[in-house]
Every structure is written in structure tokens, then in C-alpha cells.
Design a protein around this ligand. Structure first.
Ligand code: SF4
Length: 490
């Protein structure tokens, strides 16, 4: 490291110290200062836009200020410092700069994060989970270590660990310990998080458990097994008491929607100390897959509106992996923003795309990201003009088939039965996609569906106006100047 870099690193360290000191005071004014410092040191447009968003949320005392205040006032100081350092200094500053340098070399901007499923083994056997479709002993520690070293060279400091149950993989804690500069969010059933494990996770500081929950006790135990809900809520209680940062994840399907999108469910999670959460829609993948559990177009549309209501009224930040496509310009797979390495080492375009051309055991991340398969995906993104239908699996199945054809004979399915997404289920999915497009067209002028608040509350994305024009272009012609101004101005 040269002298210039050393000085820069010291300056960043000082800034992180300053932010931590401000966090100790816990006032709203200091919260703003923290975000302003982050924007200054990262010089990253996303952080700069976040400053605007924070000012606005503070001004209107937005319910989600609760989450920011909790971050300052209730987190264990070591966790807070580690997360701030890793996400601001490493991910948003160092990672961002590295990714730009890599772009010059590779000709494309590398993703900001990756998902690794080091094992598909799990202590539970939940209905509808695709984990048991994979038969593999899992990745060994040296393989994962090598993946993480390559990821850092490409500018990735945020790693999502999925599975299987990550805590069932014997090297999980060691991996987090030996990579203190990276943040690991891991999807977990939480049944292995007793008080001692919760303490360990807080001591590590660089881990964020995203606890899977299916509703309340009845719904969760029905899918995951008796006693699961009690164990996961106990885990939440330990983490809350010890100052851990944790999230939830939830699969919305045809039969649980009214429960998992209810006020009671969200209020309960907020009370239990959850910071943020992910909604996944049930996908027909793996053993026992069925389209019966999928959301109907009406349900998906309803959830889209509902998520926005919840986001605007609760103190937990939530994201919907499929219905928030318009915030991230559509699908993020194929290395656009992320990709997945499964327990066999296959490098899949995303967690739900169960096909590959490369395996990490005999290739590099750079080669896989530049592969014909990943390029065929990226060049088609977004598959549809309307980013509210972002997914090549369920919204643009015909484009998925084109991708597979273009990528050629090298493509293989990563588990038995995975091809049903383009065979058995394809006609159903195409029809579903058309029906959802119809639903969107019929509800385009619904003020709850039209996005006006996200940017105002979470910051200005420089490309946002263009995106809004692309998404709502035809609709906005029917709007008054006043309404257009409101939408375009955020
Ligand atoms: S292919 Fe579908 S599931 Fe995968 S990242 Fe894209 S939108 Fe998400």
C-alpha cells in the first residue's frame, strides 16, 4: 500500500470513528450527519442520494426512522461499527472503486454481491424447499475461501449465504471470523441460534441473520415442523437482547398471503426487533414443485400495493424480490448485480435459476461472469420494458428459453427436474405473465401502485427519472401536468 493509500485509509478510519461517536448520541441530527459523512467519504451517488432521502424522512417523521434510530440506539456498538465500516468504507468506497477499475479490464461492471450456498444440508425438511433437490456434499472451506478472495478482487464485500442451513455448514463461523472486512447476511431457520450462538454472532459483528418465518406459530410449524416458531422467536429474543442486527425472510404463497402481509405480522416482527425483511414469492422449483402455490396475478398485484403501504407505515424496511423490480431496473441476475454459487460449485445466474455452464472448481469468477450464458442474460435485461415484470423465470419465460438456446450445449441443469421451468411449467408461466401484465395495465393509474414515495423517502437515483419515463411513459400521457410533475420530481 502506497503512502497516499495509507493516508486515505487513516482518513476513512477517522471518519468511521466520528460516525460511531455520533451514533452514540443517538439524536436525529447526528443521524443526518452520519449519512452526510458517508456520502462525503464514499463519493458514491447512492449515498449522496441517501442524504436527500434521510432529510425527507426526518422532515415527515416517516415511520421507518424507527429503524434508523434503532440502529443508533439499540445495536451493540461493535456490531454498529463493523457494519458501518464494512458497508461504507469497504463496500461503498473500496468496492465501488474496485468495480470501476475491473470494468475497464472486463468490459462490464461486475456485480456488487454474490450468494453462496456452501451446503444444502439442513436440520429441517420444509415443504416446498428446493434444498433437498441437490445431492452434494457441499463446498469445503478452502473452496469458499478462494471464492471470497476472488470476490474481493472484483470489489464484492457483501456476501449472502444461503443453503441449506448455513449454520449447519461446519465452517460458517470460521469464515466470518477470517473475513472481518466482509458482511455476511445469511438465510437461516434460526433453530440453531441459542443464546450462546446469538452471543457469538454479535461478537463477530459482520453477520446479519435473515430469519425465515412463514407467518405465526401455526403457519410456520405447518411448513417447517413443530416447535420451529418457538425456536426462531427465541433466537430473535436473544439477538434483540444482545444488540444483534437481524432481518426476516418470508415466502409468500397462494395460501398465506393475508397473514404474511398483515399489520399484525409486521407489528409483531417490529416488536421482536427485526430491522428489515425480504419477501420472496413461491416459485415452482425443486422436489414437489407445483404452480398451485404461486400467487395469482391479483394476489401479486395486491401484494405489490400492500408492500408499499407497509413500507410507508411500519418501522421495518421490507423489500419484495419480484415486485420491486422497478427500483432496480428489472432482473439483477447473471452478474448484473449478483449471481449464485451452489453447494456443488455450479455458478448459477441467480438463486432461482438452476442452470449453469461453469463450476467454480475448474474456473474463475471472472470467466463465469464473462461466459456466453451470463452475457446472454445481461444483454436481454430488462426482459420487458415494464420493470414491474422483471423475472425471466416467471415474467419472460420465452426469453429464458432464448437465453438457454443462445448459450448452447454448455448449459446444464443443476439438479434433476430443474428443467421443468421451461418444459412442464412454461405454458402456465407464460399465461400467468400475460394475466399479470393485464392486471398492471388495468391498475396503472392506481395511486397506490404508481410509485411516488420511494425516491423521495430513500433518495434520488440519477437514473430514476429515465426509468420512470420508461415504465410509465404511456400512462403519463394520460396524466395532468401537475401529476407528471409530482411523479417525475419524486
Ligand atoms: S431471474 Fe427472476 S428470480 Fe432470478 S434475479 Fe432475475 S428476477 Fe430475480
Amino acid at each position: 500500500m502506497g503512502i497516499k493509500d495509507k493516508i486515505k485509509e487513516m482518513a476513512v478510519d477517522q471518519a468511521i470513528d466520528q460516525m460511531c461517536a455520533l451514533a452514540e448520541s443517538g439524536t436525529d441530527e447526528d443521524l443526518i450527519k452520519i449519512v452526510e459523512i458517508a456520502a462525503r467519504i464514499t463519493n458514491n451517488p447512492l449515498w449522496s442520494s441517501a442524504v436527500e432521502g434521510f432529510h425527507h424522512r426526518l422532515e415527515i417523521n416517516h415511520p421507518q426512522m424507527h429503524m434508523s434510530r434503532k440502529f443508533m440506539r439499540e445495536l451493540d456498538p461493535h456490531v454498529r461499527r463493523t457494519i458501518m465500516r464494512n458497508l461504507i468504507a469497504n463496500e461503498a468506497l473500496l468496492g465501488y472503486q474496485t468495480r470501476y477499475k475491473v470494468k475497464e479490464e472486463l468490459g462490464f461492471y461486475p456485480p456488487s454481491h454474490l450468494v453462496i450456498s456452501p451446503t444444502m444440508a439442513c436440520n429441517l425438511s420444509c415443504f416446498g424447499c428446493y434444498a433437498s433437490s441437490y445431492r452434494a456434499k457441499g463446498l469445503d472451506y478452502e473452496q469458499v475461501k478462494d471464492i471470497l478472495a476472488q470476490a474481493k478482487d472484483l470489489g464484492m464485500y457483501l456476501v449472502i449465504i444461503s443453503g441449506g442451513e448455513p449454520l449447519y455448514w461446519p465452517h460458517f463461523i470460521r469464515m466470518c471470523e477470517e473475513h472481518p472486512d466482509m458482511t455476511f447476511q445469511f438465510y437461516t431457520n434460526a433453530t440453531l441460534i441459542d443464546r450462546a450462538m446469538a452471543k457469538k454472532l454479535v461478537e463477530l459483528g459482520n453477520v446479519i441473520p435473515a430469519i425465515s418465518v412463514e407467518g405465526f406459530e401455526q403457519e410456520t410449524d405447518e411448513r417447517r415442523g413443530k416447535g420451529t416458531y418457538k425456536k426462531l422467536t427465541d433466537a430473535m429474543a436473544y439477538l434483540k437482547e444482545l444488540g444483534g442486527l437481524f432481518a426476516f425472510s418470508c415466502t409468500a404463497h397462494h395460501y398465506n398471503l393475508d397473514i404474511v402481509a398483515s399489520d399484525e405480522f409486521m407489528d409483531d416482527l417490529q416488536e421482536r426487533g427485526v430491522f428489515y425483511g425480504w419477501y420472496f414469492h413461491y416459485m415452482p422449483l425443486g422436489k414437489g414443485a407445483t404452480t398451485d402455490l404461486m400467487l395469482t396475478p391479483e394476489q401479486r398485484g395486491w401484494l405489490r400495493k400492500r408492500i408499499r403501504q407497509l413500507r410507508g407505515t411500519k418501522g421495518v424496511f421490507i423489500a419484495d424480490f419480484w415486485n420491486d423490480g422497478d427500483y432496480v431496473d428489472g432482473c439483477i441476475a447473471g452478474g448484473k448485480h449478483y449471481f449464485h454459487i451452489n453447494s456443488k460449485g455450479d455458478i448459477e445466474p441467480c438463486v432461482f435459476c438452476h442452470f449453469a455452464t461453469h463450476n467454480i472448481k475448474d474456473t474463475t469468477l471472472k470467466e463465469a461472469l464473462g461466459s456466453p450464458l451470463f452475457k446472454a442474460i445481461r444483454k436481454r435485461q430488462p426482459y420487458k420494458l415494464d420493470r414491474r415484470q422483471p423475472c425471466m423465470l416467471i415474467d419472460a419465460n420465452e426469453q429464458l428459453r432464448e437465453v438457454l438456446e443462445e448459450a448452447g450445449d454448455e448449459v446444464y441443469w443443476t439438479h434433476e427436474g430443474a428443467d421443468s421451468i421451461v418444459t412442464e411449467f412454461a405454458p402456465f408461466l407464460e399465461d400467468l405473465s400475460e394475466r399479470f401484465a393485464q392486471w398492471l395495465a388495468e391498475h396503472n393509474d392506481d395511486p397506490d401502485v404508481m410509485e411516488k414515495n420511494m425516491e423521495r423517502e430513500y433518495g434520488h437515483d440519477p437514473h430514476r427519472e429515465e426509468q420512470i419515463k420508461r415504465i410509465y411513459g404511456s400512462v403519463t400521457e394520460a396524466l395532468s401536468d401537475e401529476e407528471k410533475k409530482e411523479i417525475y420530481a419524486g
